[in-house]
Design a protein around this ligand. Structure first.
Ligand SMILES: [Zn+2]
Ligand SMILES: [Zn+2]
Length: 125
């Protein structure tokens, strides 16, 4: 994959390098910006069960995708993570589950962050 780093400003480069992986709060912020959450999550609003599921789904998308890109496609972890940031909201469950199965249902991404289980995926051993 082509790195876009040459084309972006130093701030974005710092972000891409320094932010190791999606965190729950970043994910919440993203959901809010997309209009998928009604309130500003960083103000200590407690999440509904659905909201928690949604955050888990996106963290799972991010981490399964980046693990797949890193391990199967041999993409650098930085690029894999950056790319995961772009697609995590849009991946379908079917695709993520397929990647998860192919990877043998990993428990952690390469950053050692835990990967949430898929609702119908990771039960099979
Ligand atoms: Zn990660
Ligand atoms: Zn799985």
């Amino acid at each position: 994959m082509l790195s876009k780093k040459d084309a972006v400003g130093s701030l974005e480069v710092a972000n891409a390098m320094g932010v190791s992986c999606a965190t729950a709060s970043e994910t919440l912020k993203k959901l809010y910006e997309k209009g998928m959450l009604r309130r500003e999550p960083w103000r200590g609003v407690s999440l509904s069960e659905r909201g928690i599921m949604e955050v888990n789904r996106i963290l799972r998308n991010h981490r399964v995708f980046e693990t797949y890109a890193y391990e199967v496609l041999s993409i650098s972890l930085e690029d894999a993570c950056e790319c995961a940031n772009r697609v995590e909201l849009y991946l379908s469950e079917k695709i993520v589950d397929s990647m998860c199965r192919l990877l043998g249902h990993p428990k952690e991404c390469p950053h050692k962050n835990s990967i949430p289980e898929g609702s119908s995926c990771c039960m099979e051993k």
